[in-house]
Design a protein around this ligand. Structure first.
Ligand SMILES: O=C(O)CCC(=O)C(=O)O
Ligand SMILES: [Fe+2]
Length: 442
């Protein structure tokens, strides 16, 4: 449950070596509703939309209306990109704790910057800590962000070439993490991810605009000013997340796997130093701990559209109603997850809705997820598009900027209310805003 208690100032918590879920990370109500695996042919199949297929507009519109989420295939994004992103993100998380701490969010710019390493923005609303670690980067400036948080790493960021050798008994490592030499650096891959996701996001926006009645000609001509403005000013944030599986209790530690840290000279690119470090891996007994904690608490995303690449380990769940149940999004090779955010619900006057979702941990394998959030710039007033408001009707939502929306969302969360409801009627919304501001979150 949301809480107005101050955030726990968690010291660096090393999930990998935790021997039990500490009280700080124990959540109640994680199994309030049953978890359901998407069953073939049943009502709980997360829609899969082929962007290159026939009837794509109808398929996207249906998924947006019924789920606020879907898996997209036929998207035209290079086949190997997902594995490359997963590999580089695994390396970022494999950095030693002091390296991660250097990047801790809020340490680098005045004003409590969220960009960097650490908890998720939503963590402030809970008295418990989530079982995940994450980085947040402004996607268009990721090279500058890396340079800012790890200035000692040099322009090619070669400090991130920590490579883990394969070990059959080590469940942390995915097969794609095994390459010792690769032609990519993390920054190249993350920049490519940014370019591809932005292009995919724009493609999806256009499909949604079509679903609202825009013709090919209108879209080709750049639509009206509002739509063009939305497309051209999209902002993007990238947030790699690591959900470490729960392997504690009765673990028997034994030395067996090794890390190799490879550093290369900047000019020649040839190996300069190779270091072998003996480390510990573990055999483990399964235990019921995953149900006691949560990787990422239930929430809706705030922006327009979130695109997610995840590794082969499922863990993202969508809440479906009547009866309430958490449906696990399958880890489908080659597919990207699409989630609609609250501001998209505002933009489309509620025709397409945001999806309530969460991230769970498991007993077997590490899960990596790399959400890419697309939204408006901070100064854009987001209001229902004309094409989304039926003739003769008033818009359901009042216009709001992203920062204004976040303020409503924070206050709504403290009041245990819904931010979108507070925005639904101008008078009611303003009233509630006032009340939230003065009444406190008791
Ligand atoms: O774990 C995931 O795939 C989803 C992450 C997420 O919902 C978020 O960062 O907002
Ligand atoms: Fe999310």
């Amino acid at each position: 449950m949301p809480s107005s208690s101050p955030t726990i100032a968690a010291p660096h918590f090393e999930f990998r070596s935790a021997e039990r879920v500490p009280e700080t990370h124990v959540w109640s109500g994680v199994d309030d509703h049953p978890s359901v695996e998407a069953a073939a042919g049943g009502r709980d199949v997360v829609p899969v939309v082929d962007l290159g297929g026939a009837d794509v507009v109808r398929a996207v519109a249906r998924a947006g209306e019924e789920w606020g989420a879907f898996l997209v295939v036929g998207h035209g994004v290079a086949g190997g990109l997902a594995a490359r992103v997963e590999e580089q993100v695994a390396r970022l998380f494999a950095l030693p704790a002091p390296e991660k701490e250097k990047a801790r969010a809020g340490c680098h710019r005045p004003g409590g910057e969220v960009s960097g390493y650490g908890g998720l923005p939503l963590a402030d609303h809970f008295s418990k800590v989530m079982w995940s670690e994450g980085y947040t980067f402004a996607a268009a400036a990721i090279r500058d962000e890396f340079r800012r948080v790890w200035p000692h790493a040099g322009d090619e960021y070669l400090r991130f070439w920590y490579v883990r050798l394969p070990s059959e008994s080590d469940p942390h490592v995915t097969s794609s993490s095994f390459h010792v030499f690769t032609t990519y650096t993390p920054i190249d891959v993350m920049e490519e991810y940014h370019r591809e996701m932005r292009a995919l996001g724009v493609k999806l926006l256009d499909v949604f605009f079509r679903a609202l009645g825009h013709t090919d000609e209108q879209i080709a001509a750049g639509d009206g000013e509002t739509e063009r403005n939305i497309r051209e000013t999209l902002t993007a944030t990238m947030r790699p997340i690591l959900y470490v599986h729960i392997i504690m209790q009765n673990s028997i530690f034994q030395p067996c796997s090794a890390y190799v840290a490879v550093t290369r000279t900047r000019s020649s690119g040839s190996p300069l130093m190779t270091r072998r470090v003996q480390c510990m891996t573990c055999r483990y007994h399964r235990c019921p701990e995953p149900e006691r904690t949560i990787g990422l608490a239930a929430h809706t995303d705030s922006g327009f559209i979130t695109l997610i690449v995840q590794n082969a380990v499922p863990g993202l769940q969508l809440l479906r109603r009547r009866p309430d149940r958490w449906v696990t999004v399958p880890a489908m090779a080659g597919a990207y997850v699409v989630l609609l955010g609250d501001l998209f619900q505002v933009l489309t006057n509620g025709r397409f809705h945001s999806a309530l979702h969460r991230g769970v941990v498991n007993r077997e394998r590490v899960r990596i997820s790399v959400p890419y959030f697309l939204g408006p710039p901070a100064d854009m007033k987001v209001a229902p598009l004309e094409s989304a408001v039926p003739p003769g009707r008033k818009p359901v939502f009042r216009a709001v900027t992203w920062p204004e929306y976040m303020e409503v969302k924070h206050r709504a969360s403290d009041m245990d209310a819904s931010a979108l409801e507070l925005l639904q009627d101008a008078e009611e919304g303003e009233g509630a805003w006032e009340a939230a501001g003065t009444g406190g979150a008791t």
